[in-house]
Design a protein around this ligand. Structure first.
Ligand SMILES: *Cc1c(COP(=O)(O)O)cnc(C)c1O
Length: 415
């Protein structure tokens, strides 16, 4: 097993006591289990077995260099959503052919750079974007490898803010338009159609919608083939969920089986873009209790030194995260609303959580914070970005120092 477990009373990360990490590096701090990332990557890679496939880690879930380098060492490619993520991937040692570029609303500069680099594929979001990619490629005398992102109008049953595959969502093009776009490419010398892309959303815990989306693109690929357009990969996007509350979710093996049952016969290679699945469970956010108070009607509030500035998912999507005392006291349990210090009522991590009575200074761990945690942190209320520590082989290594006010002000003229 890897990740976050108790030894006796103390919560540890792969053998290292979290109390020690907090004492050494202060709080709030993100603590990552390298082994947890390795295990998730291998489980997915092995699940697809001998079928030609490539995992393109979705950088937006967490693009801290230590995580990105770790995934590269495992053989992963990446899915980038901006030029910033592309440049970061290059600095982490990825080659252009390891990178797929997705993103609604690519700027002229982003298209220009992507075309010049020669990425594995630019996942195009619209007819207009394909025209712009074509023009940029011809201006540079190259052919850009592209895939059209189709919007299959399938409900993935996830939170409305992380659903992307419905016709009301801004992502991709309708199926019937996509077909026409592939045919038009024969008159666009700057474009080389290499794949087709679909991504339904995030934190998806039922396989059926993903299987249906895969079947839809397979059908399209076959129609295109008959019409003389041959592609070499199907990009099934990301979105595979993890269990935040202990309920059962599909395993990598079940996911692979359901996707392969429809994609296998097409003979095309599979690209996939998991983010959360690879890193979600790999981190805890450690924070200390800075105040305790009782509201009206017997409400107990525990106020932490971390808030929505460090982990915004609960405030943004009403997401659930398990919250545990790192070293629970031998005391009766009380029911706490666990909140942050930010001046927003949505700045809360959990409601009515049962924990052994807390004292100011106690250390709490907010679990499964590896995806869309650090990556979405902000300087609101002039919070400095937290430190990050990676546990690997029994050693705790600082992978990002805590930001300082001087770091923040270094961007401000006269700061
Ligand atoms: C966000 C995103 C992903 C990753 O989603 P997860 O839910 O983290 O797996 C993959 N592909 C695209 C296009 C995305 O926008």
């Amino acid at each position: 097993m890897s990740g976050f477990f108790r030894e006796g009373n103390a919560l540890m990360c792969d053998g290292v006591p979290l109390e020690d990490v907090a004492r050494t590096h202060g709080t709030p701090v993100y603590v990552y289990s390298a082994e947890s990332v390795r295990r998730a990557y291998r489980s997915l890679d092995e699940a697809f077995g001998a079928h030609p496939h490539r995992i393109h880690y979705a950088l937006k879930a967490n693009s801290s260099l230590a995580i990105v380098r770790l995934l590269r060492s495992l053989g992963s490619g990446v899915d980038a959503n901006s030029i910033g993520e592309i440049e970061l991937a290059m600095r982490a040692g990825f080659s252009p052919v390891d990178i797929v570029f997705t993103g609604v609303g690519k700027s002229p500069d982003e298209i220009d750079r992507a075309v010049q680099l020669g990425l594995k594929a630019i996942n195009a979001e619209s007819a207009g974007e394909l025209d712009r990619i074509d023009r940029a490629a011809r201006a540079h005398g190259v052919r850009a490898r592209v895939a059209v992102r189709v919007n299959p109008d399938i409900d993935a049953g996830t939170h409305p803010h992380v659903s992307t595959g419905l016709h009301i969502n801004k992502f991709g093009v309708p199926l019937e338009h996509a077909r026409a776009l592939y045919h038009k490419m024969s008159d666009q010398p700057g474009l080389e159609p290499v794949g087709i892309h679909v991504h339904l959303g995030s934190q998806i815990v039922t396989l059926e919608p993903m299987q249906r989306a895969a079947a839809t693109v397979v059908k399209m690929v076959q129609e295109l083939r008959q019409a003389g357009v041959t592609l070499d990969h199907i990009d099934v996007g990301g979105g595979l969920g993890i269990s935040y509350d202990g309920s059962r979710v599909p395993s990598a093996a079940e996911y692979a089986r359901s996707i392969l049952s429809v994609l296998g016969p097409s003979g095309l290679s599979i690209a996939m873009e998991p983010g959360r699945f690879l890193v979600g469970a790999s981190a805890a956010l450690l924070a200390r209790v800075v105040d305790l108070k009782d509201g009206a009607a017997g409400h107990h509030f525990a106020v932490l030194d971390a808030g929505m500035t460090e982990l915004i998912r609960p405030a943004l999507y009403g997401s659930f995260h398990r919250i545990e005392a790192v070293t629970p006291r031998q005391a009766r349990e009380l029911c706490y609303d666990i909140v942050g210090p930010i001046c927003e009522s949505s700045d809360a991590f959990g409601e009515a959580r049962k924990l052994p009575a807390l004292e100011v200074g106690d250390l709490l761990a907010i679990l499964d914070a590896g995806a869309y945690g650090s990556a979405m942190a902000s300087n609101y209320n002039r919070h400095s970005l937290p430190a990050e520590v990676m546990i690997d082989g029994g050693e705790a290594r600082l992978t990002r120092r805590r930001q300082t006010l001087d770091d923040q002000l270094s961007l401000e003229i006269g700061g």
